[in-house]
Ligand binder design. Structure first.
Ligand code: PGA
Length: 233
């Protein structure tokens, strides 16, 4: 996770075999792809000598044991996958133990992309910051942490908060991190995620203080994704 303005594609639960082959033709761009678990090993090989890094979209809240169908952090590490996203709202909705996952990832020394963000009710009631505070408060002192601010009502809907709202949320998160994550020397990047595409990326980038984007839908089309990367250089 190195490049300056960080761009990450979240490929969600799509069958991405052919898409990964398309992406693998691009060697010189620097961005991340979070791929479904069954593709992790193949993708790691496919992108071995490219600027594209691979991460997992989630992992289990348990370390190991009788949890059929789950994938542990230990397994990811063993397969050479050092980066995991935790707390995406679509995963939170399944009732996964976010705090436990963060503890395990921290214990294993993994790079974490931690998603936070308010739902529509909280947005309408103006309680975003209380919710962000609660979501951030379970963070252990992870050394290599990226926080993605993703308002739930903005994911996959084409709706984007006002630039002022994005800046307020990002500044709240950065302030919280600077007070509570003192061991995190370089400072964590704070990304924005929710309905970013090749048409709006430049403006959102130039009008806000975000350090990068977490992109869902638009990452399913490599041409669009590469245009976003080009426009946000
Ligand atoms: P979207 O998804 O870009 O399709 O809104 C973002 C995300 O879920 O991370």
């Amino acid at each position: 996770m190195t490049s300056d303005f960080m761009i990450i594609g979240n490929l969600k639960m799509h069958a991405v075999g052919e898409l990964l082959v398309e992406y693998a033709k691009v060697k010189d761009k620097h961005f991340g792809l979070l791929v479904p678990h069954p593709y992790l090993v193949g993708a790691r090989k496919l992108f071995a000598d490219s600027g594209i890094w691979i991460g997992a979209q989630s992992m289990s809240a348990w370390e190991s044991g009788a949890h059929t169908g789950c994938v542990s952090g230990e397994m990811l590490k063993e397969l050479g996958i050092g980066t995991v996203m935790i707390g995406h709202s679509e995963v939170r909705a399944m009732g996964e133990g976010v705090a436990e996952q963060l503890q395990i990832a921290n214990h294993l020394g993994m790079n974490v992309i931690y998603c936070v963000g308010e739902d529509l009710l909280s947005y309408e009631k103006n309680t975003r910051d209380e919710l962000l505070q609660r979501q951030l408060s379970v963070l252990p002192p992870i050394a290599n942490l990226v926080v993605a601010y993703e308002p739930v009502w903005s994911i996959g809907t084409g709706k984007i908060p006002s630039y002022q709202d994005i800046n307020d949320a990002v500044s709240f998160i950065k302030q919280w991190l600077s007070v509570n994550m003192t061991g995190n020397s370089g400072g964590s990047k704070v990304l924005y995620g929710g309905s970013i595409n090749n048409r709006n990326c430049e403006e959102v980038r130039s009008q806000t203080d975000v350090d990068g984007f977490l992109i869902g839908g638009a990452a399913l089309d490599p041409e669009t994704m590469l245009e976003v990367i080009e426009r946000c250089k």
